[in-house]
Ligand binder design. Sequence first.
Ligand code: KGJ
Ligand code: KGJ
Length: 260
Amino acid sequence: MMALIQKEIRNNVGIITLDNPKKLNTLSEEMVNDIIKALDEFSAKRLPVVVLKATDGVKVWSAGHDVKELPRKMRDPLSYYDSLERVLRAVEQYLGPVIAVVHGSVWGGACDLTMTCDMVIADDTASFAMTPAKMGVPYNLTGILHFMNRLPLNIAKEMFFTASPLLAKRAQELGIINHLVPEKELLDFTLDIAKTIMSRSQLSVEVIKEQFRILSKAFPISPADFERVQGLRRKVYDSHDYEEAITAFLEKRPPHFNGQ
Ligand code: KGJ
Ligand code: KGJ
């Protein structure tokens, strides 16, 4: 079977390249398992920094969750063990910084993946779209929190409500992208940042990352409120609109939503 990612270690930096351009690097369960395995291997070697990129020159960095793998029949599409959720946690829990290098468009779950990385370096072809409202997907609590921690609230809401791509220049102005660099310099620039990070105390960097992770999750919610949100989400995945959005995608036509 063809590998869906490439991995290499360059000057002690772990590099993961999403490499399934025919399927626009959709985050299928198989690809997610490959990414997690690579992160585990890098972690066992205690590589201080990981870079997550896509094959050079692709138009789509990743088309997000594999829509064909979204569950039908009234099941939560983004439950705890869903592949997207597993890969997001693996990136968050990686012992050192994971830097996303973005050339091309980033969709849905892949947008959450880049926002979950510790930094984003991109070129001017990059765009970021948050698509649950287009796919009829009830987004999950941790996912919403990633965006609340990362973006100004009004911008996060605009992204979720419109599902329209936010372009590189604007993403940089808003701090969504750490650095906007020319395509040719993308990887070298990122490896330079990795080099600087690696000149610092690895132990200090690792502990600081973990502190950011713990504190960014310190968001108390009462059991009743949690159950209410789950109940609200259920209304969405039990709905006509959810089924219709997935069916429409598979039939390659626009969805007909009725708000129910
Ligand atoms: N899942 C599964 N298959 C996909 C996906 C996907 N997300 N995106 C594209 N594909 C498949 C298409 O069905 C085609 O398969 C192939 O990739 C090339 O796509 O017909 P096949 O060859 O079997 P396509 O559409 O022909 O390529 P382009 O015309 O270049 O368009 C690229 C686009 C990225 C604009 C387009 O493929 C697109 O809009 N894809 C969906 C992007 C999206 O909305 N992703 C978010 C999925 N949702 C989430 O991640 C989540 C968690 N969410 O909450 O919404
Ligand atoms: N603590 C104690 N002494 C200091 C410090 C410091 N943070 N910074 C400078 N000095 C002393 C030097 O040892 C010299 O003493 C003198 O100030 C002039 O510094 O040799 P002495 O004359 O007895 P220097 O290095 O000759 O001056 P410059 O060549 O002009 O360089 C200025 C710099 C600010 C670039 C350089 O001094 C420097 O890099 N200092 C350290 C800056 C730094 O990293 N500070 C953060 C410390 N850490 C924290 O605050 C915390 C809480 N932390 O978590 O990291």
